[in-house]
Design a binder for this molecule. Structure first.
Ligand code: IP8
Length: 258
């Protein structure tokens, strides 16, 4: 089993509301065809999710007014998902959409239900399940934002993938933000003990689903359920494909406490 997350920053222009990067989506979806193993695809929300989720305070406390904002963001992330599905169909795969709003429930941000059988059954039938960052029901908050990273963790726990690949818009994890610090060094591997080396300060314009620290901690947990976990640059042609094929590529290997 292979598990990939296509980050929202490569699929969309994160600074412009609802702006897909269509060429990148077409190329990346093509890279996911012909891998010779079952595949689960997760993608981020990018500017189809984060901008309005913040504006409508969808991660905040329960309020009767949240439903309308949530419905808009749910529609928007499905719009982005449709571009991904289109690409996967053109690449010759049989994608099936399993939206978190339908298959996952939270309680104060923690997963309390997840319909893993839907994923298992579709895989068995030869489909490629696709899911994404979404707005879902939450027992405490009414509704809440659910990052695609949460789906990555649930799927890793359930399927113990051979390979997990995170496609980012940089080469991997760095000692500092590579977009702001010129001498930031790429980390070839990161484990729980390396957290202290990272400059985990609040990133500018951090996602509504948390900053880099939350993401790295979750990746370490995901890595503990997989044989190999790597963060690679999805903007570089064939890097995601090669990483999923098990080739040695530039990136940061994530080593969880097995
Ligand atoms: O981009 C965020 O998912 P992510 C989901 O995978 C929304 O963190 C709706 C902002």
């Amino acid at each position: 089993m292979l598990l990939v997350k296509l980050g929202g920053s490569i699929l969309t222009d994160k600074a412009r509301l609802r702006t897909p990067r269509k060429t990148a989506i077409a190329r990346l979806t093509k890279e996911l065809a012909g891998l010779g193993d079952d595949l689960l695809v997760v993608h981020g929300a990018g500017s189809f999710g984060h901008v309005l989720a913040r504006r409508y305070a969808l991660n905040g406390p329960a309020k009767s007014t949240k439903a309308k904002g949530a419905a808009v963001v749910q529609r928007d992330v499905r719009t982005l998902d449709a571009f991904v599905i289109d690409g996967l169909l053109k690449a010759g795969l049989a994608p099936v959409v399993l939206p978190p709003s339908a298959v996952l429930g939270l309680d104060d941000g923690r997963v309390v239900s997840f319909d893993v059988a839907a994923f298992r059954d579709y895989i068995y039938q030869g489909f490629t399940p696709v899911t994404f960052g979404d707005v879902v029901r939450d027992r405490t908050r009414g509704v809440a934002v659910c990052s695609g990273d949460i789906l990555m963790l649930e799927l890793a726990k359930a399927f113990h993938p051979r390979s997990v690949v995170f496609a980012a818009d940089v080469d991997g994890l760095f000692t500092a933000d590579p977009k702001r610090t010129r001498d930031a060094q790429l980390l070839l591997s990161v484990g729980p003990a390396d957290l202290a080396q990272l400059d985990l300060g609040p990133a500018k314009g951090a996602d509504v689903t948390g900053g880099i620290e939350t993401k790295v901690r979750r990746m370490l947990e995901i890595a503990s359920f997989a044989d190999e976990t790597i963060i690679v640059n999805g903007n570089v042609k064939n890097r995601v494909r090669d990483a999923l094929r098990g080739r040695i590529v530039i990136g940061t290997r994530v080593v969880g406490g097995h």
